[in-house]
Ligand binder design. Structure first.
Ligand SMILES: Nc1ccn([C@@H]2O[C@H](COP(=O)(O)O)[C@@H](O)[C@H]2O)c(=O)n1
Ligand SMILES: C[C@@]1(CO)OP(=O)(O)OP(=O)(O)OC[C@H]1O
Length: 160
């Protein structure tokens, strides 16, 4: 049996914050604003996993009113979500993600992101794909006001 889920997230770019995407700190003049470390990519993957198992979203599991999640490392949040997926007897089929950012260039960091995400999801690297696109200077991402991300995940039931 298979289950599919999708995730979408947006965070605002602001000065005075580190830019953390896919578990990696990317050198840039601005970073993403959020209650946690605002890792927009890991948030979309966590939401896609939660969607696939019918468990709502990360806001429900990690409320942004809870001081425990202030500046939280999103790798830990995704790892917790992955624990829920495993409890239900699923493993990763594959995950495919798109980061929408006018700047900076994600290409130099994509392979490191894939490696980190595949570690967190306990899967081979080729089951994880990360893409990036500008939005051709259009919209809030194109104006550099924020970064958006989306992900689709396929989970496969482990045979007993
Ligand atoms: N922040 C970004 C955006 C894009 N890329 C890479 O550039 C390619 C072309 O971008 P388009 O917006 O014209 O699709 C894209 O396919 C990515 O490989 C990037 O590295 N970082
Ligand atoms: C991750 C959480 C919790 O720290 O906060 P943010 O970093 O603000 O992220 P968001 O994607 O807005 O929603 C989930 C939150 O509850």
């Amino acid at each position: 049996m298979m289950r599919i889920g999708q995730g979408f997230d947006v965070h605002q770019l602001t000065e005075g914050r580190p830019l953390i995407i896919g578990g990696i700190e990317i050198p840039y003049e601005k970073g993403l604003l959020g209650h946690s470390d605002a890792d927009v990519l890991l948030h979309t993957i966590a939401d896609a996993c939660l969607g696939a198992i019918g468990e709502g979203d990360i806001g429900r599991h990690f409320p942004d009113t809870d001081p425990a999640f202030k500046d939280a490392d999103s790798k830990k949040l995704l790892s917790h979500v992955w624990g829920l997926v495993k409890e239900r007897g699923y493993t990763l089929g594959n995950v495919d993600c798109t980061i929408m950012a006018q700047q900076p260039k994600m290409a130099p960091y994509i392979e490191e992101m894939r490696a980190g995400i595949s570690d967190l999801l306990e899967a081979e690297t080729d089951r994880v794909n990360v893409k990036a696109t500008t939005t051709e200077k259009l919209g809030f991402t194109g104006r550099g006001e924020g970064i958006a991300s989306q992900a689709v995940v396929l989970l496969v039931k482990v045979e007993q």
